[in-house]
Write a protein that binds this ligand. Structure first.
Ligand code: FES
Length: 106
């Protein structure tokens, strides 16, 4: 079963400005861009760096340390040095609530 928890308010999110939240101890970056809201694990798959401190462009979030950009829809890196994807999580909007499910849908 997929359980959604509240991550933040929709009105708290500025376009292309990631917001870091902790959900059940998991760091998650919530990003509003191109008319949608995405949730991606906040730690780069290359090293222990917070992705929410990076820039958002073309539906990707860029790791500020070495420049790998991760697709907000799939979590896949667009290029080196990261080679592994970062988990992405389903998002639901209910009123002003941004809800995120940490359970990977099967
Ligand atoms: S730590 Fe993110 S690309 Fe190296």
């Amino acid at each position: 079963m997929t359980t959604f928890v509240r991550a933040c308010g929709l009105s708290e999110l500025e376009e292309d400005t990631p917001k870091r939240v902790e959900l059940d101890g998991t760091p998650v970056s919530v990003v509003r861009t191109e008319g949608e809201v995405f949730a991606i694990h906040d730690i780069c798959s290359h090293a222990n760096v917070s992705l929410s401190e990076g820039e958002v462009e073309d539906c990707q979030i860029e790791c500020w340390l070495h420049g790998s950009a991760f697709d907000l829809r799939t979590g896949k890196p667009s290029g080196l040095p990261a080679t592994r994807p970062v988990p992405v999580y389903p998002v639901k909007i209910e009123g002003d609530d941004v809800l995120v499910s940490l359970n990977q849908e099967s």
